[in-house]
Design a protein around this ligand. Structure first.
Ligand code: SF4
Length: 295
């Protein structure tokens, strides 16, 4: 019999778990509930919530909504979204993760205290990610978003830099960006870099734990299955990390994608996932693997 185990550190992060519980509770009570954007970067979970009755809307639809409540997701929203909801009499249930909400406040405070003639804000994040859009909204869009070391060269070396991060980025990449930024400033500003550089690694603690957790788990198995939506940025990053630890790793979005031939010559199978993958989905994958390897 093959050894099949789920990574004990995998499952929804706290912020996603809370917003999903809020959605389920509202729907159980029979409320008409709209969700602004996908509640989680996970197609199967989005589908499950829609079957329960959640109506997914986009930002345009918020201005012209039939009666009901609107749930904002864990990634947070820019102030403009709250304003539109208010102007249109929409009742908001705010599912912003408390960690993201704190970060929004932190950025706004830092921005308000900045001298924009000599100082600038930089966010390490994905420009199109909803959380980054929400963060930019706190600073009137006046921050440069960099998503890689290569993009650091676009930062003005003559202004002091305040560096922050989207909560779901890779902590190691953040360090690389810090290093590249320091080098860029030293090389191009003509002065000591530390004068021009303040960095605050605002990556969420739940994210920081995932890579060390995966590194102790993934190498114990002949085959690794990594489960996450293909549109999840932390899913992509964690899968790539998983593959670097265990070359026999497969990236799947759900149990339906598991293939029997992957397990022909193996004795052990590990299952892990992103912060947007539920334990229930990992268990379904485990059941499927057990079924396929039973004979
Ligand atoms: S990753 Fe962290 S900050 Fe982001 S939603 Fe999850 S718990 Fe909140």
């Amino acid at each position: 019999m093959k050894k099949i185990e789920i990574d004990p550190g995998a499952g929804f992060c706290f912020g996603v778990e809370e917003v999903i519980k809020t959605a389920e509770m509202g729907l159980r009570e029979g409320e008409t509930l709209y969700g602004l954007g996908d509640m989680v970067h996970n197609a199967a979970e989005v589908r499950r919530l829609q079957i329960l009755g959640l109506k997914t809307i986009d930002h345009k639809q918020l201005s012209n909504l039939p009666p009901g409540k609107v749930l904002f997701r864990a990634h947070g929203e820019p102030p403009e979204t709250y304003l539109i909801a208010k102007q249109n009499g929409v009742e908001v249930i705010d599912g912003t993760c408390p960690i993201v909400a704190k970060l929004q406040i932190k950025l706004k405070k830092a921005y308000d205290a900045m001298d924009r003639r000599t100082e600038q804000m930089v966010i390490f994040g994905k420009p199109q990610h909803p959380e980054t859009i929400g963060l930019l909204g706190q600073v009137n869009g006046d921050a440069l978003v960099v998503s890689s070391v290569e993009e650091v060269s676009a930062i003005d070396p003559h202004k002091k830099v305040f560096l922050f991060s989207q909560t779901t980025m890779d902590p190691e990449q953040f360090k690389e960006v810090e290093r590249a930024l320091e080098e860029h400033l030293q090389k191009n500003s003509g002065e000591e870099a530390y004068v021009h550089f303040r960095s605050d690694c605002t990556i969420c603690g739940q994210m920081k734990k995932r890579k060390p957790g995966l590194s102790t788990f993934a190498h114990q198995y002949d085959v690794m299955l990594f489960v996450s939506g293909k549109n999840s940025s932390n899913g992509k990053m964690l899968y790539e990390y998983c593959k670097s630890l265990n070359p026999v790793s497969y990236w799947i979005s759900g149990w339906e994608e598991v293939e029997k031939q992957w397990f022909d010559a193996c004795e052990s199978i590990g299952i892990s996932g992103a912060t947007s993958t539920s334990r229930a989905q990992l268990e379904l994958v485990m059941e499927e693997v057990k079924k396929l390897t039973a004979s």
